[in-house]
Design a protein around this ligand. Sequence first.
Ligand code: ADP
Ligand code: MG
Ligand code: ZN
Length: 478
Amino acid sequence: MEKYEVVIGLEVHVELRTQTKIFCGCATRFQAPANTLCCPVCTGQPGSLPRLNRRVVEHGIAAGLVLGCKIQEQTRMDRKNYFYPDLPKSYQISQLYAPLAYDGEVRVPQTKETEAFSVRIHEVHMEEDAGKLIHCAQTKTSLIDYNRCGIPLLEIVTEPDLRSAVQVDAFLRRLRDLLVYAGVSDCRMQEGSMRVDVNLSVHRPDTPYGTRTEMKNLSSLRSIRQAITEEAGRQMSVLCAGGLVRQQTRRFDEATGKSVAMRTKENAVEYRYFPEPDIPLICIPPEWVKKIQEALPKSREERVSHYGRELGLGEYDAWQLTEEVEIADFFERTVSFGAPPKLAAGFLLTEVLRVAGEGGTIPVSPAALAELLGMLSQGEISRTTAKEIFSRMVTEQISPKEYVKAQGVFLVSDEETLQAAVAEVLQVNPAAVQDYRNGKQKAIGFLVGQTMKALQGRGKADRIRELLTERLGCAGIR
Ligand code: ADP
Ligand code: MG
Ligand code: ZN
């Protein structure tokens, strides 16, 4: 088989994190009952007029900046005409002629699977989302939920700079980090707040690019990888058999792992784009861009290096903690309430992550966790007790300090009590004492255990061991 190279360009839609929609005051909440978040504007009623949400432009500028783009000084919305049941106006307000941001570049660092590489960003533009069609095969009916109409989106269009499924995967993770940490979108593919269209062609190196197909509605990194492998293979076999690849929009079916042609690709001209007459020109003075640049939150790398330098965490832990920005925020707040950073990181990455919900929601407050970790680091409670209290905090919302007081689960650190318990245990276990003196080191573990038992598990194991060895003298000498 001749050697082909795969060429991929992406169109990525991300939902913006705004309270309200792009052209009206309707809320953007996810999973509200169908058709409860609509008004005359977002359902396209005659006579209604759109008003642009300023936050959308600000998020768009922020996204443009973290993607290394230039920002347009004057931009405007354009009308893209087409009929579809989920689009009640019969047109989508989008941008064609002067996209908000353009000419960017994203550096993707080296991963386990690939070398570092760059992807040029053709443009970032603003647009509104359409509603959602729900097809019911049983009753052969389709329902429409208009809640999603008018949810603000950014469309990020890359140049055809990607060469493999592995690169696409690494690029999308990088893109997600950049946008999530800029506070622009939560980029959750499983919730549809990041959606990817894959344009793919194959060609022999040193020849012009081939004809591309576009695969829409890919909803996970896994299906994107699968779709790329399948479509690249399909195009190569078409070419090898002497055929021609046709420019098409294809739909990838996750269940079968195959893609099917949906329609031949339409051109921009078929949408009869024209400048949106209902929305005035948007002027973006450089001072506005500068203000947004200065207010950009810390990127993931900046947080990682902060955790290393200022908080003394290892690099691995720092990357783990920043996997989800919600977890990173929670960690920082816990530390700000006085929890020792290393202890907090360790506890978060084990105990807390285990109970974290979808999207990094954590069922306890940072203040309460800091209180718990404070007691642990002061030696007031054991690690086992800390874990137990934590699971109670999750289910019962208890205050760790009050719980410790009420239940008496604090560690006994009082020397006299410890001394008395140790003396007692040595007295009633002469055989173990003899074993130890005969050089059987293991006997000490038994004695520690017995002392712990006498203290109902609330002794400090380290201190008990010390007291026992002191009293017994060095093993094997006598
Ligand atoms: P259109 O205007 O028809 O949507 P664009 O030129 O805007 O086409 O490209 C859309 C997407 O297709 C971009 O992400 C671009 O990188 C990608 N693309 C363009 N040409 C090719 C090609 N030959 N192979 C793969 N992807 C391509
Ligand atoms: Mg396009
Ligand atoms: Zn509305």
